[in-house]
Write a protein that binds this ligand. Structure first.
Ligand SMILES: [Fe+2]
Length: 471
């Protein structure tokens, strides 16, 4: 890309495309339905969504497009080939495209062909194949590459450098077909000290050369709610606080991310300044949003706006349909997740039962994943659904949402009422009041009032959709 004549660069950001090549769905059936129940992505529409985004972006004519990972449903070779071909339309329109992988994209045992009630493994790709397929989109000779990951550093204009960070752990994925005991795809993110050092050095060198540096990665660096690093650890890169501190010190103040399929901007203060993280919602499901950042490299100010995809060529009411799918996904997701992780959950319950035999005499935990799901849904479905929608849409702090904190805590009380008896019921409630509800309130308020660094002197609220950010 030629250096812009002025100091303004327009960047489009898209995330979590999760494109599924149409030939992977030979016939609808229970196998594909079961997969969808885990997480209601609009996979049947995923290619049309990408095509629509690409057309909208070509019309917008940005200088640069960043894609923050999870380009494919589950790293299928055919899906990657399709995505790269579609993104090539942007490159052909003289728009530079830079991608990083997400946790679904490489060496994934869930790469499958669905035919009725069977799901048969199909080709996934290796890390070096990812770099080959997306050579034109970050992995050619113009980028400086980390030797150990798919991270790279690239000067996109005279004044701006992009630090693309790959913290995916797909090397640890397991395959029954390769002799492992189960198929498992790692969600979490981590970086070896040598890669962290490489990234920090690259950022510092670019900064010393007078450039501004923006980072992009799939996993989160700055939490989007209180205790995300504990309660949703796989969504944050390991040791996020330390890495954040080092990147800020090296002169990086903004990172674009994806992964949790939410539209949220979080910020945190560290010793040498602050880091703002702009998480972009998934393209593949409601609220189907993408971002545009107009960056002035002279002033270091970025104007950010958010665009929602309202319709598709095949469906003028796509947004409404996607919202309905999203609203209705809580029961199937609850059942799907509990069933999928039932061996681990029942093992944890049994362990607890053997260690706390006295207490457990007064506790009635349902014995099947279906019964547990029914119990939770009976008391929590309404407020959880509204919380999930507010969280994904962004700008949660509307007055409609404020009563949700109490409704959720009320729902938990009902679950406790139903699962405890005798002396334990008042004891359990007192223990929850003492040890859990204070934390739960902070977590829920950090989501529903959209607060960053909640409970500290740096507590702040940022508009999730329209913001002016220093970079
Ligand atoms: Fe994703």
């Amino acid at each position: 890309m030629n250096p812009s004549p002025d100091t303004t660069i327009k960047i489009a950001i898209i995330s979590d495309l999760h494109v599924m090549a149409p030939e992977l769905l030979v016939n609808e059936g229970t196998a594909f339905e079961q997969y969808l129940n885990r997480d209601r992505k609009m996979l049947r529409e995923s290619l049309e969504i990408l095509d629509t985004l690409v057309s909208d972006i070509v019309e917008l004519k940005p200088d640069l497009v960043l894609v923050t990972g999870d380009l494919t449903k589950d790293g299928e070779r055919v899906s990657h080939q399709l995505v790269a071909g579609r993104l090539q339309r942007l490159v052909d329109a003289s728009i530079q495209v830079l991608v990083v992988p997400g946790n679904h994209d490489i060496n994934n045992p869930d790469a499958r062909i669905y035919d009725g009630d069977t799901a048969t493994p199909t080709d996934t790709i290796t890390r070096s194949e990812f770099a080959k397929i997306y050579r034109q989109m970050g992995y050619d000779g113009q980028s400086r590459r980390d030797p150990d990951t798919l991270s790279y550093c690239r000067d996109v204009t005279e004044g701006l450098t992009i630090l693309a960070i790959d913290a995916c752990m797909d090397r640890l994925n397991t395959f029954v077909s390769r002799g492992d005991s189960r198929d498992h795809c790692k969600t979490s993110g981590s970086l070896e000290p040598s890669s962290q050092q490489w990234l920090v050095e690259q950022a510092a060198a670019a900064k010393a050369a007078g450039k501004r540096v923006i980072a992009m990665m799939h996993h989160h660096l700055v939490p989007h709610f209180h205790m995300e690093d504990t309660l949703a650890a796989p969504y944050m890169v390991d040791s996020a606080g330390q890495l954040c501190q080092r990147l800020v010190q090296a002169g990086v103040h903004v990172v674009f991310t994806g992964h949790l399929h939410i539209s949220d901007i979080s910020q945190t203060k560290v010793r040498d300044g602050e880091m703002v993280e702009v998480a972009t919602a998934a393209a593949v499901g409601y609220p189907c949003q993408w971002r545009v950042a107009t960056c002035n490299t002279a002033t270091g100010k970025m104007q950010l706006r958010t665009i929602s995809l309202h319709s598709l060529p095949s469906d003028p009411d796509f947004a409404e349909r996607a919202q309905n799918v999203f609203k209705s996904c809580i029961p199937t997701m609850t059942h799907g997740v509990l069933t999928r992780y039932w061996p681990e959950i029942s093992c944890a319950i049994d362990n607890y039962r053997s260690k706390h035999a006295f207490v457990m005499r007064y506790v009635d935990i349902p014995k099947t994943p279906e019964a547990i799901a029914d119990l939770l849904l009976r008391h929590l479905q309404g407020p959880v659904t509204r919380t999930y929608i507010a969280f994904a849409e962004g700008n949660e702090g509307g007055s409609d949402n404020l009563s949700l904190v109490e409704e959720l805590i009320d729902g938990v009380n009902h679950v406790v009422n139903e699962t405890t008896r005798g002396i334990l019921r008042p004891l359990a409630k007192a223990a929850l009041r003492l040890r859990v509800y204070g934390i739960a309130r902070l977590v829920l308020r950090s989501i529903l009032e959209d607060r960053n660094d909640i409970g500290t002197k740096h507590e702040s609220v940022i508009n999730d959709h329209t913001a002016i950010i220093s970079f």
